[in-house]
Design a protein. Structure first.
Ligand code: HEC
Ligand code: HEC
Length: 205
């Protein structure tokens, strides 16, 4: 049993490396996936990728490599979420790539200015925590990420809170151990401050 499962995982990981390779001549057409996104994904993730739905991540400005790794994890049942598991489980390899390449065409959408200005002390504390815990090392000084590292600037606060706690508890399994190690010892209160800060991170003009 154990051997079988190890083999299955290795085969899946190999398939993933192949998937993540640059699109070849037979890459699925971008237009087809724009239409499929409009039909299947917009209700939750929004037409421009800026989700208005609680707990649902913004996809605008996300990188193709990151998106494909997550769709792969959902499809293989390694990242668990009822809605996304249902969406991803019937995807073929071409679909993983087609949707991810389409997501990467959605430009970042800045959050509208809030009615009340952010709490300055909390923003300063969030900034210090992001330095102290080296979030900036991997996600970049402007938190725009790149390749397999996601953009986290101006992500929804509720989703950031949830997902950071899930990395810490082990409920969310990453493609690598990077995040489990990064947040493992951070108290929940500080994770929430990081979520507050990142969601309000002032975008580049
Ligand atoms: C019923 C609502 C719903 C629908 C429909 C849906 N999603 Fe999602 N999606 C979610 C939720 C909720 C999450 C966050 C899951 C979690 O917390 O682990 C998510 C996560 C994702 C992620 C990971 C983003 C990240 O930042 O980690 C990607 C990529 C994604 N969805 C793509 C899609 C695509 C492509 C479609 C259409 C084919 C789609 N989703 C349809 C609700 C939905
Ligand atoms: C060693 C590199 C590294 C460090 C340090 C790091 N991250 Fe990450 N982070 C990643 C990678 C890689 C992912 C993609 C997760 C996966 O592997 O599936 C990620 C994912 C995330 C996500 C999920 C985004 C989404 O859309 O679902 C959040 C939020 C996040 N990181 C926040 C942070 C914060 C806050 C810190 C600092 C406390 C931090 N990261 C430190 C590499 C890093």
């Amino acid at each position: 049993m154990r051997g079988t499962r190890t083999f299955a995982f290795t085969a899946a990981a190999t398939a993933f490396l192949w998937l993540a390779a640059p699109a070849g001549a037979q890459a699925p057409s971008a237009g087809a996936y724009a239409q499929r996104y409009a039909a299947l994904c917009v209700a939750c993730h929004g037409a421009n990728g800026r989700s208005e739905m609680p707990g649902t991540p913004v996809l605008a400005g996300q990188h193709s490599f990151y998106a494909i790794s997550q769709l792969f994890l959902f499809r293989e049942g390694r990242r668990a979420n009822e809605a996304m598991t249902a969406v991803a489980k019937t995807m073929k390899d071409d679909d993983l790539r087609g949707f991810s390449d389409f997501i990467a065409t959605l430009p970042p959408v800045p959050v509208p200015a809030p009615a009340t200005p952010p709490d300055a002390a909390r923003m300063t504390r969030g900034q210090a925590l992001a330095q102290e815990h080296k979030c900036v090392f991997c996600h970049g000084a402007d938190f725009s990420g790149g390749q397999q590292v996601p953009r986290i600037a101006q992500q929804r606060e509720d989703y950031l809170q949830l997902t950071l706690r899930e990395f810490k508890s082990g409920k969310r399994v990453g493609y690598t151990m990077a995040m489990a190690e990064a947040v493992g010892r951070i108290p929940n209160e500080d994770l929430d401050t990081l979520a507050y800060y990142l969601a309000r991170f002032p975008g580049r003009k």
